[in-house]
Write a protein that binds this ligand. Structure first.
Ligand code: 5RP
Length: 231
């Protein structure tokens, strides 16, 4: 008699698995840096089981703040917390060195700020996010609205196509009151240099390449369980 093949986990179940696995990186008694997105939402839900063991969180978006508070987790202003032991966040792409593209949820600027104040970035993803080289996912760039056209032209000169992100028929407005350009057609072979270059363009608030704030650990949910990659 042959046994029935196991049903593969859905992407949602993989996200739940990796969200729960991230609890192992939460330092008891500390304030935790919390990212944004559907994978992080699973982490936040899991974190509720530890809320008596942590002081609270620094959040990277209004959406995560609302979710954390609804579960009874205190949210601190990042200015009141000099350093965080760990920042836990998802990614749109991650490569073999821990470099990422982020910002699919439009929270890239606050995500980079909280990552920068954290000693360790733990990235939580399912294995669909692993890439050889960054650039297949449209690169989010938060921009000051009056500079959007000029910045789009600068990406065009690099071979990219920038599109203003829309929501309900009007340009999406970020938590910081700015706009997002999504750029396709780029091959980001040198993430550190690329991030530094684009960040210098007038009107760029944040480019969604996370190379200077890369992940030190990636927890990757796969059909065979959660893999840990250390960079
Ligand atoms: C939000 C982000 C997210 O981390 C990224 O978009 C991944 O999200 P999800 O876990 O929903 O796939 O950068 O700005």
């Amino acid at each position: 008699m042959t046994s029935a093949a196991a049903t593969p986990l859905t992407q949602d179940e993989l996200k739940t698995l990796v969200g729960q696995a991230a609890l192992a990186y939460v330092v008891p008694g500390s304030i935790v840096g919390v990212g944004t997105g559907s994978t992080v939402n699973k982490f936040i839900d899991a974190l509720a089981s530890m809320k008596g063991q942590i002081k609270g969180a620094v959040s990277s978006s209004v959406a995560s703040t609302v979710r954390l508070k609804a579960l009874g987790i205190e949210v601190f202003d990042s200015n009141d917390v000099p350093e965080l032991a760990v920042y836990i966040d998802g990614a749109d792409e991650i490569d073999g060195q821990g470099y990422m593209i982020k910002g699919g949820g439009a929270a890239l600027t606050r995500e980079k700020i909280v990552a920068a104040q954290s000693k360790q970035f733990v990235c939580i993803v399912d294995d669909s996010k692993l890439v050889q080289a960054l650039g297949k996912f449209p690169l989010p760039v938060e921009v000051i609205p009056m500079a959007a056209k000029r910045i789009a032209a600068q990406f065009a000169a690099m071979g990219g196509t920038a599109t203003l992100r829309m929501k309900d028929g009007t340009p999406l407005v970020t938590d910081n009151g700015q706009h997002i350009l999504d750029v396709t057609g780029l091959q980001i072979t040198e993430p550190l240099a690329f991030e530094s270059q684009v960040n210098q363009w007038p009107g760029v608030v944040t480019v969604g390449v996370f190379a200077h704030q890369k992940a030190q650990v990636c927890l990757m949910a796969t059909a065979g369980g959660v893999k840990t990659l250390n960079y």
